[in-house]
Write a protein that binds this ligand. Sequence first.
Ligand code: AMP
Length: 220
Amino acid sequence: MRLVMLGAPGAGKGTQADRLAERYGVPHVSTGDLFRAHFRQNTELGQTARRYMQEGHLVPDDVTEAMVWQRLGEADTHRGYILDGFPRTLPQAEHFDAALSAANQRLSGVFHVEVDRAVLQSRLTGRRSCPECKATYHVQFDPPSVADVCDQCGARLVQREDDRSETVARRLEVYHTETEPLVQYYARQGLLRTVDGNQSMDEVTASLAEQLALIGLAHD
Ligand code: AMP
């Protein structure tokens, strides 16, 4: 299965992609996580990406695509993948389509997790994440049992640099202008399935499972 998770920053698509990846035994490929891994390892690509990410801008398409093609060429993707955060612009989507056709592959579906803007803003600014195991929390909606400490591995939680309120506003704007057109793009291809992301995480997972069953990808 090859799925794309589409949705604004804070829509919860990363959490849902994780759950789907575990359920279907395919990797969750998040471009944001790949960039963050690069800058933790202090690679040149990581340094380049960080400058854009800190400001809430997109990393240029050529840089992003080169990283994605490399990741999708790794052995663990042979049964498919759940893409989270890619494609994020029309050129990325078009280049991705061309790459899929060249490999004689097609997408199984594109899931649009739709969330109201006010909800997104508060989800993002309250988000905290574990730098070690990547677990995510929310100061109000999903706090850890001990403030600022990861329940799963005990590391100190951090706020992502780009989850501060000024940057969040820009990321939401960039989503609106650059990424939202992909909803129509994939709708025209008959691949789009929309779920209501304002619901609880478990309800969203259930909605996704229903939609997957409709396209013949039920798990059990
Ligand atoms: P995310 O973790 O998906 O919210 O991504 C964090 C940041 O990484 C974004 O705000 C962008 O700066 C960058 N990024 C992630 N995916 C892409 C992409 N497909 N194209 C360009 N920039 C991206």
